[in-house]
Design a protein around this ligand. Structure first.
Ligand SMILES: [Zn+2]
Length: 471
């Protein structure tokens, strides 16, 4: 693809220039400097981040525009940055959870490149796409770091006196004295909180209680007015450290479309702009980008956990998807502060974004087949019996089942279950999943199966059992 070639050339030129520079410096100094960099480098502090944005804006000759987008619930400035003049707007948000830091680092690298490069790829992106971004939304949570913002309930009541005596919202964390901002969104962008709707649940919309959620919503609404619609929204996160079903390989980036399931749900019929297939196309573009823009193999690109019933309407990406945007979630392995700076991980976020941006720029994103996101990108979780067969096969290879005969019996059970699943025979699914669980328990009692394999297969069976009991 042309655009990738162009960016590759840019990368190679940079490499060549760097190599030339290296030749002028004695080797001992280089290795000493490299070691110093890897030890010293950490996630940017807020001060470093603000300085970096300022440097980028200054170096960009007016291409990158940095602004104070608003303030956190504690009054801290939240920055936005914008580059490009295209008709399609891509809104990128990061660090809505304060213990998830890689997104902002990747965003500044993109702003830096698009602000200063004159190559034809950068030019075509700037001409065809407008990128608007909040690289660090939860500024107060980032400082601690903690997942929630800081907004103690007594402050909530002083800001919203009509909530005095109301139940605390379910996404308020009393210990951390703040909210999970990414449960505070409502598809009705004009919604205002009323005590009757509290405390709410994970299956309801959020309340726009936090200033941070309001700020992102206001930016979204402004862009809707300016462009007619917000073409796409990306939210950048971190998660745990799972392994792929089939290969056991570590997941290095997980990507998702909006969790508004199940597919035949009538819950969102009042939101006709929802276009899940479009979100899947954008998610696929991101997955492809991670591979295409990397010098490495990238075997750990994965779908994020998304079993059919998953339903989180209060997330920003869900609320915006219901308003007609394609929305994509990135989840990077390992949260802060336990996981330190990792350049490969930041590059993966950046490359995933380039996968979408480059295809928006040349218009090819609409030619992708969204279903391929489900069929071609591997999983680390179980949505059907085929996933369970993949997992069982891997555990067998890893030696987690001690008896070949019993392991074959379990494999056979799953093979039969796969047939019933295709026939949508709920009666047989329930009966045989229950039998499968009994067989698993027997193996565990005789210590013929390791705990990890037992726990995973048992919980997978429970998930599917619950689904088929409802049908
Ligand atoms: Zn998160």
């Amino acid at each position: 693809m042309k655009t990738f070639v162009k960016r590759d050339i840019w990368k190679k030129l940079m490499f060549f220039a760097a190599a030339l520079l290296l030749m002028l410096v004695p080797v001992s100094e280089i290795s000493a400097q490299a070691e110093k960099d890897s030890v010293d480098r950490d996630w940017m502090t807020n001060e470093e981040f603000l300085q970096k944005l300022d440097d980028i804006e200054k170096a960009s000759s007016g291409r990158v525009k940095v602004d104070v987008a608003g303030h956190s619930s504690q009054g801290t400035e939240i920055m936005s940055a914008r580059v490009g003049t295209g008709d399609q707007v891509l809104l990128i948000n990061s660090s809505i959870h304060g213990n998830e830091k890689s997104g902002g680092e990747a965003i500044v690298e993109i702003l830096d490149y698009l602000g200063t490069s004159d190559d034809s790829f950068a030019q075509s992106v700037r001409d065809n796409v407008t990128i608007v971004t909040i690289p660090r939304l939860n500024v107060d949570g980032l400082e601690i770091p903690q997942r929630q913002n800081i907004f103690p309930w007594e402050e909530v009541v002083s800001v919203y006196p009509h909530l005095a005596g109301a139940a605390q919202a379910w996404h308020y964390n009393a210990r951390n004295r703040g909210f999970d901002i990414n449960r505070d969104f409502h598809a009705d962008l004009n919604y205002q909180v009323v005590p009757e709707d509290l405390p709410g649940t994970t299956l309801d919309f959020g309340f726009f209680i936090t200033k941070e959620a309001q700020l992102l919503r206001d930016l979204y609404v402004d862009l809707q007015k300016e462009f007619g619609k917000v073409e796409a929204f990306v939210d950048l996160h971190h998660m745990g450290t799972p392994k792929l079903n089939k290969t056991g390989e570590e997941v290095t980036i997980a990507i998702d479309f909006p969790p508004l399931g199940p597919e035949d749900s009538t819950k969102y019929d009042a939101w006709p702009l929802l276009d899940q297939d479009k979100s899947k196309r954008y998610a696929l573009a991101a997955a492809l980008g991670v591979k295409e823009f990397s010098d490495k193999e990238e075997p750990g690109v994965s779908q994020y956990i998304h079993f059919q019933e998953r339903d989180y309407p209060g997330q920003a990406r869900s609320a915006f998807a219901l308003n007609g945007s394609a929305t994509v979630l990135f989840e990077m392995p390992g949260q802060q502060p336990q996981f330190g700076y990792d350049q490969d991980l930041v590059n993966r976020v950046e490359n995933g974004l380039w996968g979408m941006i480059s295809r928006m720029a040349d218009g090819s994103i609409d030619d992708l087949n969204g279903d391929e996101f489900l069929t071609e990108v591997p999983r680390y979780w179980t949505d059907n019996i085929t996933d369970m067969r993949d997992v069982l096969e891997r555990f067998t290879k890893e030696g987690q089942l001690k008896n070949a005969g019993l392991s074959r019996a379990l494999a056979n059970d799953l093979k039969n279950l796969e047939v019933y699943e295709k026939q949508k025979n709920s009666e047989k699914m329930v009966k045989h999943l229950e039998q499968f669980k009994v067989a698993l328990d027997k193996q565990r009692e005789k210590e013929l199966i390791e705990r990890e394999a037992y726990n995973r297969l048992n919980s997978d069976a429970n998930t599917l059992l619950e689904r088929w009991k409802k049908k």
